[in-house]
Design a protein. Structure first.
Lengths: 258, 132
C-alpha cells in the first residue's frame, strides 16, 4: 500500500509537513469538565525557549496577594500643554507578584526576569473580548490559565460571568473609588497618581455575581454566589465586573471606509 | 508633597468652574464646528477655555457633578462622606458662580456669554441696563 493512503488524516493547513503529523487539537466539548478552568488545582505555566522547556507551578493566588499587585500598578496622568499624557506600568507589580507566589525554592530563585514577566503576563491575561455583552450583565472573558496535557498553554474563550444589575449606590461606590487620586508636584504641573478601584470592584463582584460558565472546582462546575465569590480568581473578578461600570464603547467607522 | 484631591477643596472648586465654562463654550461652538473645515475646527477647538489643573481634579469634579445629579433625582439613599458633602457644596458654589457669569436671557432663556452682554446672542432681545 502506498504510504500516502496509509496516512490517517489529512493536514490541509500544513500540506508540506512531514508524516506522521501531530494529532489535531482536541475539540472542546461544551460542558465537559476538562474544558473548565479548575480553580482548585495549581496552575502549570510552561515557557518554551528553543528546545528547552521551563515549567512553573503557581498555587492558588489569595485575594490579598492580588490586592498587593493592584496596589503596585502605577497609573498616572499629567498635562503636557493641551494634551493629557497617561501612563500605566503593571510590569514591576507583576514581577513582584510572581516572586511572591512562584518563587519558593532555590531553583526557582534563578528564574530569569523574562520568565517572571512572561508568567506575570499569563496570570494577568484575562480580558473582555472586543464584543458586545451577550445580554445585560453577561460578561464574556478570555484568559490563558494553565498548560494542557501536551504542555501547551491554552486560551479559554468560553468564560462567562453573569451579574445582577448594579444599584445606583453600587455605581456610586465604584465611581468614588475610581476618582480617588493624589497629585505629586503641584496642582497645575503635577502628576496625577490614581489609586485604582480594584478592591471595591472585587467586593462588588461578590455582591453582584449570579453565575459563571467555564469554571470548576475539581470536576464540579462552579455555581452559587457564595461558592463563586470564595473560589473565583480575583483578577478574573476585577476584569469582568468592571465592564458593568465602564461606558459603552462607540463603534467608529472612518469616513473613507464607507 | 502629595495632595489628596478629595481634600483639596480649592483645587476641586477651580476644576468645577473650568469644567462648567468649558462645557458651556463647547456647546456654543458645536454648531460652528459642524460647518467648519479642518483648519477652522482646530482654531475653534483651540479657543475653548483651557483646563489648567492636573487631570485627577477633573475626574473627581466629574464624579461630584454626577453625584449632584443622583442626589437631585433621589437616587442615592446612603449618607454622604465628609469629602462628598464638601464636594457637593463646592459644586453648588461653582454652579452659582457660573450662573452669575452667564445670566439667562429674559425672553428665550439662552445663557449669555457674560453678565455685561447688551443683547441676546440667540433671539436678539436687547437687555436693559440697570442705572446705578
Amino acid at each position: 500500500m502506498p504510504e500516502e493512503n496509509s496516512k490517517p488524516f489529512g493536514d490541509p493547513a500544513h500540506p508540506n509537513r512531514p508524516y506522521p503529523w501531530p494529532p489535531p487539537p482536541e475539540d472542546p466539548i461544551p460542558g465537559k469538565a476538562a474544558d473548565l478552568i479548575d480553580l482548585s488545582a495549581p496552575r502549570l505555566i510552561v515557557i518554551r525557549q528553543g528546545a528547552r522547556k521551563f515549567d512553573y507551578t503557581v498555587p492558588r493566588i489569595p485575594q490579598e496577594r492580588w490586592f498587593e499587585y493592584f496596589d503596585g500598578i502605577v497609573s498616572t496622568a499629567e498635562r503636557k500643554g493641551k494634551q493629557v499624557v497617561q501612563h500605566t506600568d503593571a510590569s514591576s507589580a507583576g514581577v513582584e507578584l510572581v516572586e511572591k507566589v512562584v518563587i519558593q525554592d532555590e531553583a526557582a530563585q534563578r528564574m530569569p526576569l523574562a520568565h517572571r514577566l512572561a508568567v506575570a503576563n499569563v496570570l494577568t491575561s484575562a480580558y473582555v473580548p472586543d464584543q458586545d455583552m451577550q445580554g445585560f450583565g453577561q460578561v464574556p472573558l478570555v484568559a490563558i490559565w494553565s498548560a494542557g496535557n501536551g504542555g501547551t498553554m491554552r486560551r479559554y474563550k468560553n468564560l462567562v460571568h453573569s451579574f445582577e444589575e448594579p444599584t445606583a449606590e453600587q455605581n456610586r461606590r465604584y465611581r468614588r473609588e475610581d476618582s480617588r487620586a493624589q497629585i505629586v508636584g503641584g496642582s497645575r504641573k503635577g502628576t496625577t497618581v490614581y489609586h485604582g478601584a480594584q478592591r471595591a470592584l472585587a467586593d462588588l463582584y461578590d455582591q453582584l455575581i449570579v453565575s459563571v460558565e467555564g469554571y470548576a472546582i475539581g470536576d464540579t462546575p462552579l455555581a452559587g454566589r457564595e461558592m463563586i465569590a470564595s473560589h473565583m480568581d480575583t483578577f478574573h473578578k476585577v476584569a469582568s465586573v468592571v465592564r458593568l461600570f465602564a461606558p459603552k464603547e462607540i463603534e467608529i467607522e472612518d469616513e473613507d471606509e464607507e | 508633597m502629595k495632595i489628596d484631591t478629595a481634600y483639596d477643596v480649592e483645587g476641586l472648586s477651580q476644576a468645577l468652574s473650568e469644567l462648567l465654562e468649558n462645557g458651556f463654550a463647547q456647546a456654543r461652538v458645536t454648531r460652528s464646528l459642524d460647518d467648519s473645515d479642518d483648519e477652522g475646527r482646530d482654531r475653534i477647538s483651540g479657543s475653548l477655555p483651557p483646563l489648567t489643573l492636573s487631570p485627577g481634579y477633573y475626574k473627581l469634579a466629574e464624579y461630584f457633578l454626577w453625584l449632584e445629579k443622583c442626589k437631585d433625582n433621589d437616587l442615592i439613599k446612603g449618607a454622604f462622606t465628609l469629602a462628598e458633602s464638601e464636594g457637593l457644596i463646592a459644586v453648588a458654589e461653582a454652579r452659582a458662580q457660573f450662573e452669575r457669569n452667564h445670566p439667562p436671557c429674559g425672553a428665550c432663556g439662552a445663557l449669555q456669554d457674560s453678565p455685561f452682554a447688551t443683547g441676546c446672542h440667540k433671539c436678539g432681545a436687547e437687555f436693559m441696563r440697570r442705572s446705578s
